[in-house]
Write a protein that binds this ligand. Structure first.
Ligand code: ARG
Ligand code: ZN
Length: 865
């Protein structure tokens, strides 16, 4: 007999095609909060106006709420009922009314971190996508835009700071040690952009003068003691404001811009109008506690959220299927900004690496979806690498095809045409079409077809005539629900090099593939040319192009596009590693020679060199194989690392002997120098030379900043030296009171290549400093484990069991973060039968849990398909 009570809930799918405009508009909202950690009362007054002819009840969504009282135009109202969690208010034939609802919530019990919740004795909100309905009843859809007035009252000692969107227009003292503040946001906004914060916070203040000469007061709010670590975020904010004026002509539109950092946060940050709320991880940075990568993360996320003020807030999304309208475009904008602030080549390499690590596997697995999905069960599951990062690539392709001036005309038209609206992806494409003068008819397929296109390339050279041709074919693979695909426009920047020529080469061209097959004439060449293809990664595709070690080595040394040089060397390494895993000889010597050649450029651009000489990740090697063999991949990658480490030992040693640039210097060159030192240490460590632990320990001990310290600790963590234990202990004692740094301590242990890492993770989960209530901590331990391919896929299935146990334990507290741990288990089709069976069994075990959330149910059940 089957136990019906434990079968997962049948979930309702929401379909993009079912969109209907709202029946009621809500032009004005007044919110009145009496705040406290455990009991907060909310009165919401919604001025509603009917937008359709026929009378229709007002449907207000709620989640975990009970209405305590309902009033219409000031009178107690009894014509309401609950339909599930929705509040239905019958307004008869009225076409306008003010509907007031009283509710009561307990922020301290809100472990989901959606809606109004408590974190470190402060109160804050997260409303995107559907968190507002956990605060008060509301249509809670992004195409309902309202002007908000927010009154907050709270105990003055415990909550001296009261913040919301827009401007503070009044404040005063209340009874019984309370005080209040009244905030008003003049810009109509959807409910997901509402925010409030109450707590004991200190501020780093600054100001920015906009291009039209308006002064904007800037504030970054943190807990006392953290204010000295907000300088980098503040500088990033000012740089972002200036950049958006210069590059997109977008000026900030309020007199105040506040950022608040909170420790408990599901995502990176949130772009609430005039009051961004951040994960502390993307605000706090100083050289002692943050790595260079952390600094870049702060800069990128501060920019991202700031840029949303136009791409997201002034123009928002009509419905959540349009999420990439704001996220893809805003990621593209923050990527361009970071490229301008640092090294464009290195930034592009990092972005492509992330795309390949997170998005390509998603696009190739059971959770594949177009950047504009067609259906969802829980929208929180669609804040994905596809919507964000592939979405950014789709914008980038339009920018590449248009060129900078015409692309700017397109975005100007978009901002002009849709300012103040809730728009669609289609609106964006049409604005680029009209403004930039592009025909994007076929290009729209990028919004509807999932799957990473594969492009096969072949160069033909006719020795007699000298004519060379490039033959290209494209294929978009089937994905769930999309068995048959049609060709898409694929813009490829290409350049053909004549290896024998000493004179200048012909230039680069942009070829846009439209059909399944394309032939591109390349011109006359004495010998078959060397082809540089998809330069700058102009299209998010996989290229199949058979090239010998000699050709790849030449391109790695001579291509004038740095990204293409990086790609050539990566391909050479990848070919060698894939061959080695299947027991075939690769091009080991060619790899060593190419790394040696690349290292010669290290004085000029250490950051680029560090990226270029890094071996492809174990996961990326696995992605090239029919069936992933995690143990062989680890073994062969380490063997190649050992070979490169040994062959170029004196190089690595001299890089380390040169000493580190001072941690306080954050120039491109200094950061690059530190990155290269980390790579050098890793190569040296792979050789198992007897002095490596002491060398790493010396670097660890003498480091004047976190970049060097963490790199040395991570290297030690792979081994079993006495120095390892010693360094971990020193690190723990020194930083046990700094949560963000303690995350690193958990993370390096879960990243370890030691054979006992899964056991170590299980043990660390019992550590007094481990907690399921902090998403950063969960990601530091378990997210690092799923990123550790050989450990997660340990042959006995302990890695899978560990993650499934976590999902089951975390789901009742925080379904959103629990659901994000499931996709690694969904990759079972890529592994051998024994592993696949164990992965599926864990997904089944998760689904058999009673009372599972919608978030986890959707991800786990789709992962089994
Ligand atoms: N809009 C935010 C950003 O991209 C992300 C918020 C997502 N929140 C969520 N609960 N899914 O910066
Ligand atoms: Zn965003």
């Amino acid at each position: 007999m089957t136990d019906v009570s434990s079968s997962p809930p049948v979930l309702v799918s929401i379909h993009r095609g079912d969109y209907r405009p709202p029946e009621w508009r809500v032009p004005d909202i007044a919110l009145d909060f009496r705040l406290d950690l455990a009991e907060t009362s909310v009165t919401a007054a919604l001025a509603v106006e009917r937008d359709i002819e026929t009378p229709s009840p007002l449907v207000l969504h709620g989640d975990g709420l009970t209405p305590e009282a309902v009033r219409v135009d000031g009178e107690v109202w009894n014509d309401w009922r609950m339909d599930g969690s929705d509040l239905i208010v019958d307004l008869g034939d009225r076409t306008a009314a003010t509907v007031e609802v009283d509710t009561r919530i307990d922020p301290s019990a809100n472990t989901q971190l959606m809606g109004l919740y408590a974190s470190n004795n402060m109160l804050c909100t997260q409303c995107e996508a559907e968190g507002f309905r956990r605060i008060t009843f509301h249509p809670d859809r992004p195409d309902v835009l309202s002007r908000y007035k927010v009154r907050m009252e709270a105990d003055k000692t415990r909550f001296p700071i009261l913040l919301s969107n827009g401007n503070c227009i009044d404040k005063g003292a209340g009874e019984g040690g309370k005080h209040w503040a009244l905030w008003e946001d003049p810009w109509p906004k959807p409910s997901y952009l509402f925010a409030l914060v109450a707590g004991d916070l200190v501020v780093n203040r600054d100001e920015f003068v906009t291009m039209s000469g308006r002064k904007v007061e800037l504030g970054i709010w943190v807990r006392a003691g953290d204010e000295s670590r907000t300088g980098h975020a503040m500088q990033a904010l000012k740089n972002s404001m200036a950049w958006d004026e210069r590059v997109y002509g977008r000026e900030y539109d309020l007199d105040l811009f506040n950022i608040v950092a909170v420790s408990d946060f599901n995502m990176g940050a949130m772009e609430n109008k005039g009051l961004n709320i951040f994960n502390t991880r993307y605000i706090l940075a100083d050289p002692d506690t943050a790595t260079d990568a952390d600094y870049d993360g702060v800069e990128g996320v501060v920019a991202h959220e700031y840029f949303h003020n136009w791409s997201g807030n002034r123009i928002t999304c009509r419905d959540w299927f349009q999420l990439s309208l704001k996220e893809g475009f805003t990621v593209y904008r923050d990527q361009s900004f970071s490229a301008d602030m640092g090294s464009p080549a290195v930034k592009r390499i990092e972005d492509v690496r992330l795309l390949r690590a997170a998005q390509f596997p998603e696009d190739a697995g059971p959770l594949a979806h177009p950047i504009r999905p067609d259906s969802y069960q829980e929208i929180s599951n669609f804040y994905t690498a596809t919507v964000y990062n592939k979405g950014a690539e789709i914008i980038r392709m339009m920018a590449t095809m248009a060129g900078p001036e015409r692309f700017r005309k397109g975005t100007d038209l978009y901002f002009d045409r849709h300012d103040g609206e809730a728009a669609t992806c289609e609106d964006f494409v049409r604005a680029i079409e009209d403004g930039a003068g592009l025909d994007l008819k076929q290009f729209r397929l990028w919004y509807s077809q999932a799957g990473t296109p594969r492009v096969t390339a072949r160069v033909e050279h006719d020795a007699a005539s000298g004519a060379a041709q490039l033959h290209l074919t494209q294929n978009v693979p089937p994905t769930p629900g999309q068995p048959v695909k049609v060709p898409m426009p694929i813009p490829l920047r290409i350049k053909a090099f004549d290896r024998s020529a000493t004179a200048t080469q012909a230039g680069e061209q942009l070829v846009v593939l439209h059909d399944a097959e394309t032939v591109v004439p390349l011109g006359q060449f004495a010998a078959s040319p060397q082809l540089s293809l998809n330069r700058g990664f102009s299209a998010p595709v996989i290229i199949d192009f058979e090239r010998g070690a000699d050709e790849l080595g030449w391109l790695a040394a001579h291509d004038d596009d740095p990204f293409a040089r990086y790609e050539a060397l990566q391909q050479l390494m990848l070919d060698t590693l894939v061959a080695a895993v299947s027991g075939k000889p690769g091009h080991r010597q060619a790899v060593i020679d190419a790394v040696a050649e690349t290292l010669r450029g290290r004085e000029a651009d250490p950051a680029f060199v560090a990226e270029a000489v890094l071996l492809p990740s174990e996961a990326f090697i696995g992605d090239q194989m029919l069936t992933v063999d995690p143990d062989a991949i680890r073994r062969e990658r380490l063997a190649l690392q050992d070979a490169i480490g040994a062959a170029l030992e004196s190089e690595w040693r001299s890089i380390l002997a040169e000493g580190a640039p001072p941690a306080s210097i954050l120039s491109r060159k200094a950061k690059g120098g530190r990155r290269l030192r980390g790579v050098a240490l890793a190569y040296l460590a792979a050789t198992d030379r007897a002095d490596v632990p002491s060398l790493a320990f010396t670097i660890f001990s003498e480091a004047d900043g976190m970049t060097e310290r963490q790199a040395a600790l991570a290297t030690l963590a792979h081994g079993d030296s006495d120095e390892r234990a010693h360094a971990l202990d020193i690190f723990y004692q020194r930083y046990r009171d700094n949560p963000l740094v303690l995350d690193k301590w958990f993370q390096v242990q879960a990243w370890s290549m030691r054979p006992d890492t899964v056991d170590a993770v299980r043990a660390l989960a019992q550590h007094p400093d481990f907690t399921l209530t902090n998403p950063n901590r969960v990601r530091a331990l378990y997210g690092a484990l799923t990123g550790n391919q050989a450990a997660f896929h340990q042959a006995d299935g302990a890695g899978y069991r560990t993650i499934a146990d976590l999902v089951i334990a975390l789901d009742p507290k925080n379904p959103q973060t629990a659901a994000r741990m499931i996709p690694p288990l969904g990759r079972w089709k890529r592994f051998d039968e024994a592993r696949a069976a164990m992965m599926k069994a864990e997904l089944d075990r998760i689904l058999a849990q009673p009372g599972l959330s919608r978030d986890v149910t959707e991800q786990a059940s789709k992962s089994l398909l």
